[in-house]
Design a protein around this ligand. Structure first.
Ligand code: ADP
Ligand code: ZN
Ligand code: ZN
Length: 731
């Protein structure tokens, strides 16, 4: 027999199929195998098995061995990997890696086997104990213990009775050992009661609509606090009752434990979690539980869309508008597209849920491509929180240089006095956004990136938030030597310090990338806040989404317009989404919620619509602009990013890329809304100069494919050329 194998080396030189022979009948498409490859052995995945080979027999080498009995990939995921390779312009090997836990490759992690000991068959402690030497007290105790308690972990027995006694009893044949697989389960402490709620009429209607529609995809448009989660749980419940499986995606790792808790409460061990924050062993075991069918619900962030499930009945993407669903690193897949393909294969339903749908999804719903289900009201008709705008220009005129407006200070003290909780949101971690010399105006910058450095007071460092480089905080300007340094902009660290000055007795938690580095770090902070061990939670966008804190009655948004000033075409949409999401954290239980939104442009139309929860008004306005100016969803933004350490070579390659694309542009002018070549917005990043050929293309897969080929043609070790399609951030 012969097998076509993709070897686990992601390099364009070996991006093709290699053939091997085998006689082990356990090898099927999807099997992981070890094969000889030039002078080495490598792992690979069998994609096809056949009787005959075109190659002369003496040229064909033999598969060395099969790695696991169960094929890691299924016919469906094998096909999907081909699609990913084609549409994301990556090698087949790179695409296949998405479907396996990293640690499975190269056998980095294996099953955890635990050694157990028990009395050998037919051994009776009462009979054999008297035959032992009088001094062998420990051995006697051990035998009686095992007689009473049965099989016990050997490591525990060794520490309890002494390894010598255990070994001696085994040598005499009284005790035998066996090994068993032990699962490493994440978040063991995470359990909740299954509070059985009956769905509201609106929730029931949404469930019915999603199940009955002929359309594969439903956009579930439900305001914050409208009970979308219960709709998801019911849909999953119905799917598994029909012996189908389910995939539930949330936008951030920090939201997975909360969802897992609810899934476990309802479905017990049937839910498995997949995300990069787990330990290698946990991820490995959870993955296999799904592959073996021990677990039928996969939950996780973006990458869980590749969960090794078959017979999928439902796929849910919660907060579908979130940017994290588009991969920022290669392979740059779009989660919803992968989900749609998997759903189509199994005839499953796909649900995209959001309080602020992406304009792209909402357009599809209005045009009839998606089914639209709505939850227009909060549970129990609770009102959405009242939003007050604080004009920060007026605050400055009044001489208020603190990060808090008078209105927010006032609301904070009322909230704390009444024993409720508050959330303060700002999208900047660290102490100050930049460090500026008051004498010469010099801004401290990263040596390898064209960006200013953020001051982190906790470890007196200056951090580059783009490349992660860390510098020592300066005591004097590096340009002119002046010791007078000004801090530009507030970060979460500073906001906490300022809050402590204002409210010395308030208990404050901070949640951002810096405070959540430890494993389960998110969980700890959220649990503390949930248990009301703190009064104020200060955080970045990590706290904006999804969390349900019943005692939060006040939300302060410190820099509502920060994202308005980005050059990105999505900045309006992002601002609207962010404000709605953050505001949605307030007033979710009995006490009415309040939001104070601080801004330097209080008359801005996007902010106005956001504070009135006018999504439809926002959408109408936004989509008409996109149409008129030729932006997504009417076009695709295609960027060929050229980057290299040597500026001259980089410019040279950019010219070649431009010329190739320009030839295509000249032939199809009408397919382009824009075509140009320029420096990238971030001219230098991680020591590399960056140039781009930027295009906006009207639905033309052919042009995109050609752009992908052009990137491949010029991409080299020296100068990278990469294609991005509708990237999240055009930096
Ligand atoms: P969303 O995800 O739409 O923002 P959630 O799913 O978090 O909203 O629901 C908001 C709150 O309403 C939660 O505390 C949830 O437990 C509660 N809830 C949801 N559905 C019901 C129901 N049918 N009956 C009672 N409470 C409900
Ligand atoms: Zn200076
Ligand atoms: Zn940097």
């Amino acid at each position: 027999m012969f097998a076509e194998v993709i070897v686990d080396i992601s390099h364009s030189d070996v991006d093709r199929i290699f053939e091997y022979s085998f006689d082990d009948c356990g090898i099927v498409p999807g099997s992981r195998v070890v094969v000889p490859f030039s002078k080495y052995t490598v792992e690979g995945i069998v994609i096809k098995v056949k009787e005959k080979s075109e190659f002369p027999p003496e040229k064909i080498k033999k598969i060395i061995r099969l790695l696991e009995e169960t094929p890691a990939l299924t016919p469906e995921t094998l096909k999907l990997s081909e699609y990913v390779a084609d549409t994301c312009f990556v090698t087949r090997a790179a695409a296949l890696r998405l479907f396996l836990p990293v640690e499975m490759r190269r056998g980095k992690v294996k099953e955890r086997l635990v050694e157990y000991a028990r009395l050998a068959d037919g051994v009776d402690a009462d009979a054999v104990a008297p035959t032992l030497r009088k001094t062998a007290v420990k051995q006697r105790d051990l035998l009686y213990f095992l007689q009473e308690n049965g099989q016990t972990e050997a490591a525990w027995l060794n520490s309890e009775f002494g390894a010598g006694a255990v070994r001696a009893a085994a040598d005499k044949g009284f005790v035998v050992f066996s090994e068993e697989k032990r699962l490493r389960s994440p978040y063991l402490g995470l359990n909740a009661e299954n509070k059985k709620v009956s769905l509201t009429a609106a929730q029931r209607a949404a469930v019915e609509s999603i199940e009955k529609t002929e359309k594969q995809t439903t956009l579930l448009f439900g305001v914050t606090g409208s009970g979308k989660t219960e709709v998801y749980l019911e849909l999953i419940n119905r799917a598994i009752a029909r012996n189908k499986t389910a995939i539930m995606l949330v936008p951030e790792i920090s939201l997975t434990p909360q969802m897992l808790k609810q899934l476990r409460a309802r479905f017990g061990d049937s839910a498995a979690i997949l995300h990069s924050g787990l330990s290698a062993g946990e991820r490995f075991d959870e993955w296999w539980r799904l592959r073996n069918g021990e677990a039928v619900i996969a939950i996780g962030a973006r990458s869980a869309i590749f969960a090794p499930l078959t017979d999928i009945g439902i796929i849910i993407i919660d907060e579908e508008h979130d940017g994290s669903y588009v991969s920022e690193s290669s392979p740059r897949y779009v989660t919803a597209e992968i989900a749609a393909r998997r759903a189509a294969h199994y005839g499953a339903k796909l649900v995209l849920g959001s309080a602020t749908p992406s304009t792209e999804s909402y357009l599809k719903a209005t045009e009839g491509e998606y089914n639209l289900a709505e939850l227009p009201e909060r549970i129990n008709k609770k009102p959405l929180p009242d939003v007050e705008i604080a004009d920060m220009r007026a605050e400055i005129r009044r001489g208020n240089n603190s990060p808090f407006s008078a209105a927010l200070k006032n609301e904070l003290s009322k909230c704390l006095e009444s024993g409720n909780q508050a959330i303060i949101f700002l999208n900047q971690r660290g102490y100050s956004k930049s460090v500026i010399c008051t004498e010469c105006g010099h801004v401290q910058k990263c040596a390898s990136c064209d960006v200013s450095l953020t001051y982190h007071k906790e470890d007196e460092s200056l951090l580059c938030h783009y490349c992660g480089a860390k510098y020592k905080m300066i005591t004097a300007c590096t340009e002119c030597g002046s010791p007078y340094i000004r801090y530009g902009g507030f970060g979460t660290e500073r906001v906490v310090l300022e809050l402590k000055k204002l409210f010395p007795s308030a208990r404050i938690l901070r949640m951002d990338r810096d405070t959540t580095r430890n494993k389960e770090g998110h969980l700890k902070i959220l649990a503390e806040f949930s248990a009301r061990k703190a009064d104020i939670l200060v955080g970045t966008q990590m706290i904006a989404k999804g969390h349900d804190f019943p005692f939060v009655t006040l939300v302060g948004i410190l820099d509502a317009d920060m994202s308005l000033h980005f050059s990105d075409y999505r900045s309006n949409e992002r601002t609207f989404q962010l404000i709605t999401q953050v505001a949605g954290r307030s007033g979710r239980a009995d006490v009415a919620g309040k939001v104070v939104l601080q801004t330097y442009s209080p008359e801005n139309a996007v902010l106005r619509r956001a504070i009135n929860y006018d999504y439809k008004g926002f959408f109408e306005h936004e989509i008409s602009i996109r149409k008129a100016t030729g932006f997504p969803p009417y076009t695709s933004i295609v960027r060929l990013l050229v980057s290299g350490e040597d500026e001259e070579t980089t410019v040279g390659v950019t010219k070649s890329v431009y010329e190739d694309m320009n030839a295509i542009y000249k032939q199809n002018r009408s397919a382009f809304a824009f075509f140009g070549c320029m420096k990238a917005p971030l001219k230098k990043l991680q020591g590399k100069f960056r140039y781009q050929v930027l295009m906006r293309v009207y639905g033309s897969p052919d042009i995109i494919r050609k752009a992908g080929k052009t990137a491949e043609k010029y991409n080299s070790g020296k100068v990278g050329v990469h294609i991005e399609i509708n990237p999240n951030n055009l930096v």
